[in-house]
Write a protein that binds this ligand. Sequence first.
Ligand code: BES
Ligand code: MN
Ligand code: ZN
Length: 496
Amino acid sequence: MHYALTSIEPAKEQADCFIVGVFQNKKLSKIAEQLDQASQGAIRNLLAKNDLVEEIGRSLLLYSIPGVSSARILFVYCGEEGKLKPSDFRKITCCVASVVKSAKWDRVVNYLTDLEVKGLDAYTKVRQSIELIEDCFYSFDQFKTKKADKPAFSAPKEFVFNVASADSAKAEEAIKQAVAIITGIKLTKDLANSPANICTPHYMAEQAKALAKEVELDIQVLKKDAIEKEGMGALLAVAQGSEQPPHFVVLEYNGAKKDQKPVVLVGKGVTFDSGGICIKPAAGLEEMKFDMAGAASVLGTLKAIALLKLPINVVGIMPLTENLPSGSAVKPGDIIKSLSGQTIEVINTDAEGRLILADALTYSERFEPDVVIDMATLTGAIIIALGAVATGLMSNDSTLTNELEKAGEQSHDRIWALPLWDDYQEQIDSNIADISNIGVGGGKSITAACFLSRFTKKFRWAHLDIAGTAWRSGQNKAATGRPVSLLVQFLLNRIS
Ligand code: BES
Ligand code: MN
Ligand code: ZN
């Protein structure tokens, strides 16, 4: 779908459908008013028949309105005039997207971006609209062999947003950035949605290579021998139960001068998490194919920023492995040696994400990073705490926390900070090794972050627990592409 802008009056516009707002008590929006005048009151008369239900996002499609250049107009209920909230705007946009999805139109002109929404500027309205529309149009049907089972819809060739001409430069930028972001998100979703028999550690490494070639990134793939040579005992411990060898991928995007310190993004890449010897219950286990969503978000983010050619240096690191039980699997009570030299007592083999991240975080040191951010589907506890709305953030630096919170608000890919106080640290003490891999009390998301903090002492670091936000559960299980939008926003903010 091609996204474009327009600022010309509707009379001069050609489209298969105009999308316009109507407020409470049939009050017409500015555009609806103009169209009504062109139709000599026909619109007002039709709306007077009360077919448009006054509920945010409900719509009414009318055809062949005299005096109007578009064959159809979709009237959308937008609540009380001047009181449109950002959440209403997003709901309306999703409703509109699903109507457009079930139609066969080539060119759609959306006038809703011209409505006043409290706290949203033209940039944000356009950017959020594109991200929401694309989410609605996304489908993962690679594995459906029958055409009938595939969703029957066709996206319009062109989706046009109307904005005031004074806003067109900002809106143009919004389109450019949103298009890069949705391209990155699509990659992240496709990989995370892929089943674990296809999406193995090796496959992820191959995908990274393909991306590196496509958008010109430097890449290094460490195979098992090299991982052993480096001394990544924690990654190897998780991998030793699987037939699939681990991979460790390092990608570098160099958009700025060599001496500019990079942002390092580390993504948990457990391509399937059975729990290992501490095996998980069967119900919902299929969803553990998403346990590489952090790594997939590294690729999606790098793709977006490379397409935008941002003047910044970013390193992406993906420790990739399966977590399976077998005769060679790591066992509860085993003590392993991490790349940092610290020893870890593995109390629970299902707390594997933090093990592979420990080595990846230590590895980050060699890039002398400005900041390191890890993304990981790390704990079930974060789903209890924050649900599917906010990503959990834990950091050793308050400036970085603030920057990420701001980017979260801007992108509407939101995060919520949890405390990383020393008081939690004693929970992960082991009486026979340097650290235990699980906490003994409550606050499981925080103690997981405490574990990571033992490997991030040398740099400013933030941990994003995306277990609740990277995918939707249940029958319609699907990757969301989060937190790509947040990360790209964070990086955009660093250059402006
Ligand atoms: N990948 C899981 C976290 C997870 C659980 C993500 C449910 C999404 C939904 C992680 O490896 C894990 O198993 N964590 C354990 C940690 C526990 C053993 C301390 C958890 O959260 O139960
Ligand atoms: Mn686990
Ligand atoms: Zn896991």
